[in-house]
Design a protein around this ligand. Sequence first.
Ligand code: NDP
Ligand code: OXD
Length: 309
Amino acid sequence: MALIFHSSIKRDDWWRAEIGKHIPDLEIRFYPEVGNPDDIEFALCFNMPQGELAKFKNLKAIFSLGAGVDHFFEDPTFPLHIPFARVVNDELTSRMSEYVTQHVLNHHRYQIEYDQQQKNRSWEVRHAPAAQNRKVGIMGLGELGQGAAKTLNLLGFDVAGWSRTSKDIDGVSCFHGSDQLDAFLARTEILVCLLPLTPETENILNSELFLKLPEGAAIINPGRGGHLVDEDLIKALDSGHLSGATLDVFHVEPLPEESPLWSHPKIRVTPHVASIAAPGQVAELAAKNIIRARNGDALINQVDLTRGY
Ligand code: NDP
Ligand code: OXD
């Protein structure tokens, strides 16, 4: 029996060695070198081509190489009856906290505006409020959202968060559900999206939502490209209602050359690098989960199929 591995980043020998440290007798095959599909017992993958996982009739468990699992559910043949786990780990969380903090500070301290000023050799001083008077709002108070909230708290920001179910988190004003979304938005000057992409959250960052934010608010999206209506963002930036946006994720990745997002003066683009799961921790987690699956135990970080995240 074997594990099938698929990732766009090719480090086959490294993965073989890393997983082999924990389960030396496990055969690892690298997609598309599947061999006999009936040998495949486990899949460790990200962005597996649609229809492929369904071909493995003896699969016991599927492991995502990342935290987000939306792309698995886009596959209409995804085997929903197979236990499925995603990545949660401290390095992934702390790297995301770094990204969010870096870009919250950029917007808080007007760095996008200063970059433009530098191009024009313009010396214009802008006064940023103290962090405790800057209201940051995080959509999604899960592993990554809570991690980012804690880090922003340490810098003194006035942090709120919005989630599906109610939360009580020290130092964070918590809002939940659609009834409390407007109140959360009304107090948010820098909005960070760390939601999973589901049918409920798709296109959530749209004109209607932007208008509920105070004038001059900024957006940071390391969630998923499918959360954002690109044209609505451009309109809100061009009208001056929003002051800037930092985007890490896109509808199509790599972001196509012709996308207007690349060159908009108020948009910063990063190439889906906000937080990349530490491979050593991912391999260790997969190995632990393989042992659990073989023993018939529930997986660590098992995805709740009814919620879709
Ligand atoms: P979690 O599942 O731990 O947290 C998700 C949060 O979103 C929860 O607080 C959940 O609410 C909330 N949520 C889900 N649906 C809704 C809804 N309909 N309305 C309001 N709140 C909702 O996810 P993670 O924190 O681990 O990851 C979040 C996302 O970050 C991933 O799905 C992925 O898209 C993205 N990501 C991006 C990376 C990058 O490099 N750009 C790297 C890693 C992840 P509740 O708590 O009530 O369940
Ligand atoms: C993830 C990602 O979901 O890299 O882990 O986006």
